[in-house]
Write a protein that binds this ligand. Sequence first.
Ligand code: PMP
Length: 398
Amino acid sequence: MTSPLMNVYARAPLAFVKGEGPWLTSREGGEPYLDCVAGVASNALGHCHPALVAALTEQGNMLWHVSNMFQVPGQDALAARLTDACFADTVFFANTGTEAVECAIKVARRYHAARGDAQRQTIIGFHGAFHGRTYGALNAAGNAAHLDGFGAPMPGFVHLSPDDRASLAAEIADPATAAVLIEPVQGEGGARAMTRGFLESLRAACTSAGVLLIYDEVQSGMGRTGQLFAHQWFPGTDPDIMAVAKALGSGLPVAACLATTEAASGMQPGGHGSTFGGNPLAMAVAIAAFDEIAKSETLEHARALSEHLRGSLDALVAGWPGVMVEVRGKGLLIGLKLAVNNRAFIAAAREQRLLVAGGGGNIVRLLPPLTMSFAEADGVVARLDATCAAMAAAEIAA
Ligand code: PMP
């Protein structure tokens, strides 16, 4: 039977009907699955966290949506939490990561235009980046496979390797450059963490050239790395603008573009907008999620869980040299570089009732809920071990 759904996803043959914490029950029933996809790093608090369910049902009985023609009280409350917790002074609410990135690009270009520097339009992006599927975000990332067949590449974007320091310095010094856009930890590109030294030098170069620094923390933000935002591991590397989404709503679609007053100084009424952005339902859930994630206990647990997992994963890699190559990433944005095909590994992991995500450079990503227990994490490692055994046996048989 042909599906009425547009043919854009290579979906696993699995449908889930219920979730609790890191566990998912499939339509067929049986043993639950241990979830290290977590809605692609969105369900930071696991499935059906009681505080989020309470916020959703309470707001659902009050008011869902009014549009930004009116004031939305929850927006001030969430924006205040966000700006109190980081470099930013001001927030625009959107619905998805790609929209937060679009807003960031617009804020940066408008900043220069409003200062009479309209020729500053170029956005510098990086190989391996992923910023979403709208045209601006696609062009900012410059992934040829994602752009193929979708028309001419847009002008105003350049793409560099983070290792090509000479080209980066030259592009930042170019008077046509508006901003640098980077994920402090690349997610889809393969769990690649930028170093302290690199982010420090990027910050310094942008400041001295009058170029804005934009972080895409859609995946790395909201506790994923064990700090509220990944760049906060490195004091002094604050951006001017930042895109946040995924775990911000912890499963409900909501996103934000954060900026300093200075960086947002070109934005005016009519300059940007969204029908649903920051609606009361999204704000109620996101406030509840923020209050859980930003707790020091949650972030401390995420850091401890990361260390615990790292130790076991290093041992696993050492024990299965024909299957795994290395562990990388930061916090609970973990990449396992494989010697075997990552798609085959992901399918084999499902046989062990473990869900993991793919990533660039033949990695699998582990993105467990921040709230996963140590015992559950040990269950993840045991299932990975069994998956490695199955993969090794299949290699020998092949
Ligand atoms: N930026 C990054 C770093 C992402 O990981 C993603 C999603 N994987 C996006 C942007 C796009 O987010 P969305 O799918 O919500 O538009």
